[in-house]
Ligand binder design. Structure first.
Ligand code: PMP
Length: 381
């Protein structure tokens, strides 16, 4: 195999992609350094038994670091699944809908729609009712979170309410605290936090179950982290295959079968970095500063860029914006590439532009992007 030079700070590409997103260099470097010999064992992490002491320490450290950085209450546990956040779209209704039950889904983007789709498929198989949906969709667009009137469709008798914090494609963010305040009291709250997990201090105690695909702020794709209230996990159906059951995963500490060991290992590295950087308060401070730089730059260009999302719901993680026409889209992306900025085109379903500013995106990248935005508008406007 041809050798390639190690990435240096001079050659690094600024990844503004929305997932897989940028990962902290310190976490990648640590993996590189001990790739062939993890913890002095003379073996790669990829070769270790998931039942052996080396992996066990890594697995437990990752779980403990999640507890620490999230400041989890004793009621909640950390679980690992594989199959991405989409797997949770399916396993949530499988585990918690029984005959006659009905779930509520609050939707402000495509990921919420996909969760509804799985619940709609599963509900009749379980003898449950079709989900009730509160959506903020206007035409084909999502520009805000669901309103109180839309959420009025929910009642206290729902089996659970499923929501999303950050809609990655549309760049619409709904903070966990606002979600917890907006849904009927007493109904178990389930939330897809994939694209803003670990980006700010968040009280997860009101949530029965939250989950996040790892490939934004956590680690490699495929792994999904779930934070579950243990009492809620135990309420799951017991007539399902063991691999899908929350109670079994809880009891087996996410070692029902061979876990994605490398993904958990790299996640551990990311969490070590995050903790050393000052934890979630430090991430929030940086993320706020980065988002302000980029949104301010977009708005300082006399309307050259469109920023469609309602101000109060603008995502700090995925900044969605548009240029005046498709030709300029192409030119913008090509020029960005010459500046080593990639991942800026919007999701194929909506077009336009999108910049992800996940935890591992340094402030300097946001500064470089802001400068490019202003410069490009001057030349092309
Ligand atoms: N939910 C959200 C909010 C996402 O952004 C994504 C992926 N971009 C998913 C779910 C699906 O994740 P996965 O591809 O890991 O199944």
């Amino acid at each position: 195999m041809a050798s390639s030079p190690a990435r240096s700070d001079d050659t690094v590409t600024m990844n503004f992609g929305s997932g897989p997103g940028a990962l902290p260099r310190a976490a990648l470097l640590a993996a590189q350094e001990e790739f062939l010999d993890v913890e002095g064992s003379g073996m790669s992490i990829l070769e270790h038994s998931h039942r052996g002491s080396v992996y066990d320490r890594i697995h437990e450290e990752a779980r403990a670091l999640f507890r620490k950085v999230l400041d989890l209450p004793a009621s909640h546990e950390v679980l690992f699944f594989q199959g991405g956040a989409s797997e949770q779209f399916a396993t949530v209704p499988m585990n918690f809908l029984r005959p006659g039950d009905r779930a509520g889904y609050a939707v402000h983007g495509v990921w919420g729609e996909k969760a509804v789709q799985e619940a709609t498929t599963w509900a009749p198989l379980a003898g449950a009712e079709a989900p009730v949906v509160a959506s903020s969709q206007e035409g084909t667009r999502y520009l805000r979170v669901p309103s109180a009137a839309e959420l009025g469709a929910f009642s206290g008798s729902l089996r659970y309410v499923h929501t999303t914090t950050n809609e990655t494609i549309h760049g619409v963010q709904w903070h966990a605290e606002a979600i917890a305040a907006a849904v009927p009291a007493g109904v178990p709250l389930v939330c897809d936090m994939s694209s803003d997990f670990l980006s700010r201090p968040t009280d997860l105690s009101p949530f029965a179950l939250t989950y996040a695909g790892a490939q934004k702020n956590v680690g490699p794709s495929g792994l999904v982290v779930a934070i579950v209230n243990a009492d809620f996990a135990k309420e799951c159906r017991k007539d399902l295959p063991r691999i899908f059951r929350y109670d079994v995963n809880l009891k087996e500490k996410s070692l029902v079968n061979t876990p994605p060991v490398f993904s958990v290992y790299l996640t551990r590295n990311v969490l070590r970095w995050l903790d050393a950087e000052g934890g979630l308060p430090a991430m929030a401070e940086r993320n706020t500063a980065k988002a302000k730089l980029v949104y301010d730059a977009l708005e300082s260009c006399g309307g050259f860029y469109t920023v469609p999302v309602e101000r109060a719901a603008r995502s700090q993680m995925n900044v969605v914006f548009g240029l005046p026409n498709a030709q300029l889209d192409m030119r913008f992306l090509a020029e960005a590439k010459t500046r080593r900025m990639v991942g800026l085109s919007g999701h194929r379903s909506v077009g336009g532009m999108r910049a992800a500013l996940y935890n591992a995106v340094p402030l300097a990248w946001a500064e470089a992007l802001a400068e490019f935005l202003v410069d490009f508008a001057k030349r092309a406007g």
